[in-house]
Design a protein around this ligand. Sequence first.
Ligand code: 13P
Ligand code: SF4
Length: 338
Amino acid sequence: MIDLTEIQPRGGLDFVTREPLPPEKLDSLSRDILTLKKKLNAVILAHNYQVPEIQDVADFVGDSLGLSQQAAKTSADVIVFCGVHFMAETAKILNPNKIVILPDKDAGCSLEESCPAPKLKALQDTNPNFYTVTYINCSAEVKALSDVICTSGNAVKIVNAVPKDRDILFVPDENLGAWVMEQTGRKMTLWKGSCYVHVEFTHQTISRIRQQYPNAPLVAHPECTRAVRMLADEVCSTEKMVEYCKRSPAKEIIIGTEAGMIHRLQKECPDKLFIPAPTDNCRCNECRFMKMNTLEKLYDCMVNLGPRIELPEEIIQRARLPIERMLEISAQAIENAG
Ligand code: 13P
Ligand code: SF4
């Protein structure tokens, strides 16, 4: 057992009031987190939108798909999930016997909020032939009502694998859903949810930045509206953005997603300039939920082993099947391509 008695929580500020940490404090806090990680036999998983200092202490930084694949195969005793609540829930569903903690339990998601389980159930009851494909950005209860889960990285493959005689209900992101319809040619009923960050990019804000950087291609996330996707050179998940930017001969690239992505890209491609796509309102390209996690809160959650994800056994069992179906289809797709 680990003795944590002399270790005290340090508190933390959320991103609105956050001052950058002085370099000495940043170094010592990062070192303490790494020491604690060894003691706990923990793994730190961080989403591409996390603040740079969290990305820099993580064992794995990636998109929702990569993070769930890492969660499915980890041998650590404790999973420290630096992302939003639904992502940590997914890790718990895949690891019911492990401790799963996150720095801020209130780190939600506008897509998750848009789709309460009882409303989804009521819609499903209107058509027994519905096959529900659910974007991973949703609660565990909604996952439990789904036939299969998808992420932005595999949504096209997942929808292509749906039996042809079923009516597809795609929830909860209507923009991702519309893009998947364009890519697959499959007709789908779309839930009317959206990411409050990605819909802030508009035709005007993107056209303005493209005039400023006429040689820079635009890479956009499929949560953006069609008006923005139409202007993009590539539409893909955050992880595929890394691949695209590495391969691209361009020296300047406009990034149409949450601004945390820039840190990851700059680390992977130090010789390129990444321009965060602007919005009309200041700082609207930062997800306030993702930015609730700070390095101090990460340290505190490891000291306290909480906030901890706890879910009813019945929900875990029902939600696990559609997630495993997604992981299987993704693995098959990789095998077939290889
Ligand atoms: P990715 O699946 O590309 O990581 O996107 C997750 C997300 O929350 C986008 O807003
Ligand atoms: Fe949810 Fe949008 Fe934040 Fe992603 S960026 S977690 S979709 S609110």
